[in-house]
Design a protein. Structure first.
Length: 258
């Protein structure tokens, strides 16, 4: 078994974003080549949570075209201060933030309940928004994690088919943390096999698998990932006291900027 190559120096401030992006790009291409896949099958989502708009703007100018945020309000506050880009919501979608989320995000990676799917269908019908949607699956049944269980995700697919409104494109997972990327391989494979089973059972097409982060994205690509969500390997380590959206007296007001 060959060792998966690691990033050369993940935390040194001496390395520019361009260099990190270049290194990640090369590792993505190598993983695609190893598994007989085309580079165009994998979307790099640059996860910029906690990083200020200046840093994110520089990243976009350096070639990061798809940005990922895990909180709706952080994306909404940041995006207007950055050059134009595609924004993906990689964190759970809270039911009371759906309308706000639809004003920015074109891909929702982590919808995690039937109730949320029904709300999404209703609000999409009202607003005409049509984001791509993936369902988060709690592949290891961790009590601390969001997501459908591998069994209950069927209820999610059924809800989507009943409502006929949401564009479901695939599944997403965050496996339990481990220092060994190979330990995540069975989880990634399980998500792919679950996807295959759902496609058969419901006669639907679910082309997307959002899986793989800084520590394990190469293994995820080898197991079929179409979206890798990478933060630390691109931006460096996130620190405490990171950037937060400015809140005014009316705590909802930053949602209202155009
Ligand atoms: C933060 C985050 C990532 C990126 O994690 P890194 O290890 O920094 O690459 C990916 N996915 C989700 C859902 C996240 O919240």
């Amino acid at each position: 078994m060959t060792q998966t190559p690691r990033a050369p120096e993940e935390d040194s401030g001496a390395i520019s974003f361009e260099e990190r992006l270049d290194a990640v790009e090369r590792r993505i291409s190598a993983a695609c080549a190893r598994s007989g896949r085309d580079r165009s099958e994998v979307t790099l989502v640059a996860v910029c949570k906690t990083w200020p708009p200046e840093i994110v703007s520089a990243a976009i100018r350096a070639g990061a075209s798809v940005l990922g945020e895990n909180r709706v309000q952080e994306g909404l506050a940041k995006a207007p201060l950055c050059p134009s880009a595609e924004w993906h919501l990689i964190g759970a979608l809270q039911r009371n933030k759906i309308r706000h989320a639809l004003s920015l995000f074109t891909v929702l990676h982590a919808v995690d309940s039937v109730e949320c799917l029904h709300d999404l269908a209703r609000i999409q019908a009202e607003t005409g928004a049509r984001p791509d949607v993936m369902l988060e699956v709690n592949v290891a049944d961790e009590a601390t994690k969001h997501g459908f269980s591998p069994q209950s995700v069927r209820d999610g697919v059924r809800a989507v088919l009943d409502d006929g409104e949401v564009r479901l494109v695939g599944l997403m997972c965050i496996p339990p943390w481990t220092p060994d990327p190979e330990a995540s391989r069975p989880r990634f494979r399980a998500l792919r096999e679950l996807r295959d089973a759902l496609e058969k059972e419901f006669s639907v097409s679910l082309p997307c698998l959002s899986m793989g982060m800084s520590g394990d994205f190469e293994v995820a690509i080898e197991e079929g990932a179409t979206h890798v969500r990478i933060g630390t390997a691109l931006f460096g380590r996130r620190t405490a006291g990171a950037w937060k959206p400015q809140r005014s007296a009316d705590s909802d007001s930053y949602f209202l900027q155009p």
